[in-house]
Design a protein around this ligand. Structure first.
Ligand code: GLN
Length: 346
């Protein structure tokens, strides 16, 4: 029987809170089993001290109660999730034309801190704003326009979390070990992409990565993106709907680095990861989701967090391309699933 618009609508609604809580709790138990297969980031020495066994989630539907489980209010550094904030502010202040003169909108297929493709490409722009090179290019645009204090204020507002501060220890630790980002930034200067002071740009970027958030703050941010930039409770607009659309699209295609394609197939929710263990997900028109799980897979994405989102997207029908047939047994489908499972940690 083909789906009629009516049945599709029913399939797509988040089910009631108590039932959802049960489903999410089960998914958490399953996801925890993945933790031993991952490891916390060590290339930023301060991050290596984090307990890898933590796992928390907050799902905040546009209408309805917030569901918070596990370590949802533990603070961790935003790391690459802050690339979303930087992109939002750059698009809002500088406009699309200026932003996409400096950075592309294509997946790179490379690690987040790669610099090989930067110099092999005729186009001197980094592939996209959600990898390190692209975010550094965006910082070059932001630096003359806003201060770090302005960014901190905006982060606190859009995350509805006045407790966000910069984690000085993580910032100092990363600044001492950021030779790769420094190399990327100087390469971008040599290509005329960064025209601001390189060291100042690098410091601005690293400060943004060091913002201390919780899974709950990320869910608050995701909820505003899910509602096209507007707070569903107060009606206040935080960003234009055009900016929201660009950001969500890039999260879907590039948010999980070289794991983005597989994640889109298996989870189908625009998501941005960070090596602090955070995941910001936007279930469009439905909910904002924040996850914290610091043990990472080979791509630098939260290993248990990805598994958790995969389970939830199936069970709560949050996948953008939800297909009720997906989990049915079929030899060919099982083989494809196994191939995909082997390629990344979800
Ligand atoms: N601060 C980190 C870096 O620049 C962010 C990377 C990440 O979260 N993937 O290397």
């Amino acid at each position: 029987m083909p789906n009629t618009p009516n049945t599709i609508e029913k399939q797509y609604h988040l089910i009631e809170t108590e039932k959802s809580k049960e489903i999410i709790q089960k998914a958490m138990d399953l996801a925890r089993e993945e933790i031993p297969k991952g490891a916390v980031a060590t290339y930023i020495p301060e991050l290596s001290k984090i307990d890898p066994h933590q796992l928390g989630i907050c799902i905040y539907p546009l209408s309805g109660e917030k569901i918070c489980l596990g370590d949802y209010n533990v603070r961790f550094t935003m790391q690459s999730v802050s690339k979303v904030l930087m992109l939002i502010v750059a698009l809002e202040i500088c406009g699309r034309k200026k932003v996409f003169e400096k950075v592309g909108a294509e997946p790179s297929g490379e690690a987040f801190d790669s610099l090989v493709e930067l110099d092999m490409n005729n186009d001197s722009r980094p592939y996209n704003p959600l990898i390190n090179s692209g975010a550094l290019a965006v910082c070059g645009l932001l630096l003359p326009e806003v201060s770090f204090q302005d960014m901190l204020r905006y982060a606190r507002e859009i995350c509805s979390d006045p407790g966000i501060t910069m984690n000085e220890k993580v910032f100092d630790s990363e600044m001492k070990t950021c030779s790769r980002n420094r190399s990327i930034a100087y390469l971008l200067e040599s290509k005329g992409i960064i025209t601001t002071d390189v060291e100042d740009t690098l410091r601005f970027y690293t400060k943004m990565c060091s913002l201390n958030v919780t899974a709950e703050s990320l869910a608050n941010l995701g909820k505003k993106l899910a509602n096209d930039g507007v707070c569903a409770i107060t009606g206040k607009r935080y960003l234009s709907s055009r900016t929201a659309r660009i950001v969500k699209t890039l999260m879907l295609t590039c948010g999980m680095y070289d794991g983005s394609g597989t994640f889109a197939i298996m989870v189908g929710i625009p998501t941005k990861s960070g090596v602090g263990g955070g995941l910001l997900s936007v279930s469009d028109k439905r909910a904002g989701i924040g996850v914290f799980g610091p043990a990472l897979d080979a791509q630098g994405n939260s290993i248990a967090g990805c598994k958790l989102l995969r389970e939830i997207s199936n069970e709560l029908r949050l996948n953008l391309f939800y297909d009720p047939e997906w989990n049915k047994d079929d030899d060919d489908h099982t083989v494809v699933n196994e191939m995909i499972d082997a390629s990344v940690g979800i």
